[in-house]
Design a protein around this ligand. Structure first.
Ligand code: CA
Length: 225
């Protein structure tokens, strides 16, 4: 599997290439958004590691472009900025995960491998896991092929789970996503929305369940009957 690294710091690039190769991942690297565009035309990558602060354009411009074209390649965003805003913007623009610099190489490799293992089919704008799917454009939730009206925030939480496709969704990621939708989020907001989402999914006959992973976050799994 081949990964595209879009990062302009040469020292970080050489560390990343080495770290990824130890994790069994081959990487091509480019240092600008312009070169990344060319690389993406030339080659189909299994995933992209995308820095946001690049010399020619903001990394988010590339992400936005890819998603607009229906390119669903998993993208892990690297950000030096530690504000919540960047993470929220990244997720809204279609990033699958993010990591704030500085980060441990093991963590980057683990997160990338999780994205690559993701069983959920991500075709265009439709995210699916088990018998649950979400049209990310029309915000329509379907369970077992039937349309259901889920409120905006429950849908936002569901979207994160579907994007994680069988990997743990850290609580922080869910919090950031909820923060992006409303200015005020109470300390137990994530618990509240996950609880409501669980009930809605179960009432609708979903084949997925959300487990709590203590101290970490939540995990959506498919229940095999
Ligand atoms: Ca940079």
């Amino acid at each position: 599997m081949r990964v595209l690294l879009v990062e302009d710091n040469p020292e970080l690039v050489s560390l990343l290439v080495k770290g990824l190769s130890q994790g069994g991942l081959a990487a091509d690297s480019v240092g600008t958004v312009g070169d990344a565009r060319l690389a993406l035309v030339a080659m189909k990558y299994a995933a992209i590691v995308l820095d946001l602060g690049l010399p020619d354009e903001d990394g988010l411009a590339l992400l936005r472009e890819m998603r607009r074209k229906g390119d669903a390649t998993p993208v892990l965003v690297l950000t030096a900025r530690d504000g919540v805003t960047d993470r929220v913007t990244g997720l809204r623009e279609g990033a699958d995960d993010y990591l704030a610099k500085p980060f441990a190489m093991e963590e980057l490799v683990a997160r990338l491998q999780a994205l690559l293992r993701r069983p959920g089919t991500l075709l265009g704008r439709k995210l699916t896991f088990g018998n649950v799917s979400l049209d990310t454009e029309g915000r329509q939730v379907s369970v077992g092929g039937l349309a259901h009206a889920f409120p905006a925030r429950e849908t936002a939480v569901l979207e994160i789970f579907l994007r994680r496709g069988g990997n743990v969704a850290p609580k922080r990621l869910l919090e950031d996503h909820l923060f992006g939708l409303s200015g005020e989020v109470g300390s137990n907001a994530v618990e509240v929305y996950v609880h409501r989402l669980r009930k809605m999914l179960s009432d609708a006959g979903a084949t997925v369940k959300i487990h709590t992973v203590r101290g970490v976050g939540y995990l959506m799994v498919e229940e095999k009957s």
